[in-house]
Design a protein around this ligand. Structure first.
Ligand SMILES: Cc1cc2nc3c(=O)[nH]c(=O)nc-3n(C[C@H](O)[C@H](O)[C@H](O)COP(=O)(O)OP(=O)(O)OC[C@H]3O[C@@H](n4cnc5c(N)ncnc54)[C@H](O)[C@@H]3O)c2cc1C
Length: 432
């Protein structure tokens, strides 16, 4: 069992910082999907892991968003032993149809183009969180603090000193490594002085859940319009998640429409291939942006998921990248642990940075080019992209190339077996 400390013990520890023992091996700031995937990936290492999450557990779990998940993400969850719980509650895409506005030549992606069981999957946030939280709750070396915020970190030579504020007041603790998995507006990243590159797009992203009249047949659609792409992702119980990109002002005006007018407008972009649509959720709007941190690590600090990068929603890449970051970081840290290296040293953390920062750049560039080359009506570009669509329709190797790029299967191979030795303990880890 993890050694839990009282507030007084924490304070006593920090008063003699240089000689006091390190309380935790890894403190993960942010209990979103990326942070929890890392915690699960380190479960078998026996490292003492603390996950600190600012929200209540219920709030963190019940986000109204669904994600397109790549086959590589499914392999990572399989290796973590989570797939059996997740798979029955999500959809497995039988096909993805990609098209350019009204151009009649659709490109159809099938599982056999990739040699995988499905082209993509679609999972609700709460389904992924429930599986991760169940695993964390059965891990004896992982502890989660909820409604607790990391407000300050001091990076020392031997350890990082972390200041938390929660319902029990302020606590201080020490950790060999701090992982910033605290999302796009990461305070841990900015207070460490790590700068970012990127830009805000001229577009926003509207999300909503709809029920089609006819069966969605597990088909996903990505349809590009001059205003931005529209994705239709099949969900269980014959529902669909809509991810609809439009210029900011237009997106704000669309979400402000009464629901019948919203649906009329949606139908114009979406077509009638599944019959009449019924709106099931309140449409939400998110600004689209691209961001890449200039560094992914400093001594005793490493960035993960949206804290490290963020991309345009086209192609559903953001969370998939965060999950690959988590698997890669778990692999690097476990190797370092086996070689008795300091987990917070730059030599160890740079291995992760070199691996993931480069691969994430490729995905960020790909989503940016995809969005820009389709979100316009320049005649030359329209002709060129339609030629590419026709070539893709007929040549399976082009479809495979694109799918490999979109699913992360082209990148450096993960040692998934390192994640799979998950320990399922009967003694519970603790959740505060
Ligand atoms: C409309 C839309 C559609 C998308 N669709 C897809 C898709 O189909 N596929 C895909 O792969 N990706 C998709 N994404 C991207 C995806 O949502 C993100 O990449 C993903 O949620 C990031 O997860 P994360 O765990 O890194 O960060 P987050 O989910 O932001 O989690 C960060 C956590 O840190 C906590 N936190 C913050 N500060 C502190 C602090 N100081 N102390 C303690 N805790 C803190 C927060 O409460 C939060 O729980 C989409 C995004 C949008 C906006």
């Amino acid at each position: 069992m993890i050694d839990m400390m009282t507030n007084n013990e924490f304070q006593a520890n920090t008063s003699s910082l240089n000689s006091s023992p390190v309380n935790w091996d890894v403190v993960i700031v942010g209990g979103g999907i990326s942070g929890l995937t890392l915690a699960c990936g380190l479960q078998s290492s026996g490292l003492r892991i603390l996950v600190v999450e600012a929200q209540q557990q219920r709030q963190a779990t019940e986000r109204s968003l669904s994600y397109a998940l790549s086959p590589l993400t499914s392999k990572i969850f399989r290796s973590l032993g989570l797939w059996e719980q997740i798979a029955p509650q999500i959809t497995h895409f039988s096909r993805v149809l990609l098209s350019d506005a009204d151009y009649p030549h659709w490109v159809e992606f099938c599982p056999k183009d990739l040699g995988e069981a499905a082209v993509y999957y679609c999972a609700e946030h709460k389904v992924l969180m429930a599986a991760l939280l169940l695993r964390v709750a059965t891990a004896s070396n992982i502890t989660c603090y909820y409604e607790t915020r990391v407000v300050e970190v001091h990076y020392g030579e031997q350890a990082a000193e972390v200041v938390l504020v929660g319902s029990q007041g302020q606590q201080q603790l020490r950790s060999t490594l701090v992982v910033a998995a605290d999302g796009i507006n990461s305070q841990i990243r900015s207070s460490a002085g790590i700068k970012t590159n990127g830009w805000a797009y001229w577009q926003s992203c509207i999300t909503a859940v709809v029920a089609p009249e006819q069966s969605h047949q597990n088909i996903g659609y990505e349809r590009f319009w001059a205003s931005g792409p529209l994705a239709i992702l099949p969900l269980p119980n014959n529902r669909c998640q809509i991810v609809w990109i439009a210029p900011h002002a237009e997106a704000q005006a669309i979400v402000a429409l009464p629901s019948d007018q919203f649906m009329t407008k949606l139908r114009r972009y979406y077509g009638d291939q599944m019959g009449k649509l019924t709106l099931l959720s309140q449409p939400l709007v998110f600004p689209a942006q691209l961001m890449q941190s200039r560094r992914y690590c400093l001594p005793r600090l490493v960035l993960l998921g949206d804290a490290a990068h963020c991309c345009h929603p086209v192609g559903g890449q953001g969370l998939n990248m965060g999950i690959r970051d988590a698997a890669a970081l778990a692999q690097v840290l476990q190797t370092a642990q086996q070689q008795f290296q300091d987990l917070g040293s730059l030599a160890v953390l740079k291995q992760y940075e070199r691996w993931r920062r480069y691969e994430n750049w490729i995905v960020l560039a790909f989503t940016d080019i995809l969005n820009r080359s389709f979100s316009n009506q320049w005649l030359l570009l329209v002709r060129l992209r339609r030629l590419v669509l026709r070539l893709m329709k007929n040549w399976s190797f082009l479809r495979r190339l694109l799918l490999q790029l979109m699913t992360g299967l082209w990148g450096r191979k993960l040692q998934l077996s390192a994640l799979s030795a998950h320990e399922v303990s009967s003694s519970n880890g603790s959740v505060k």
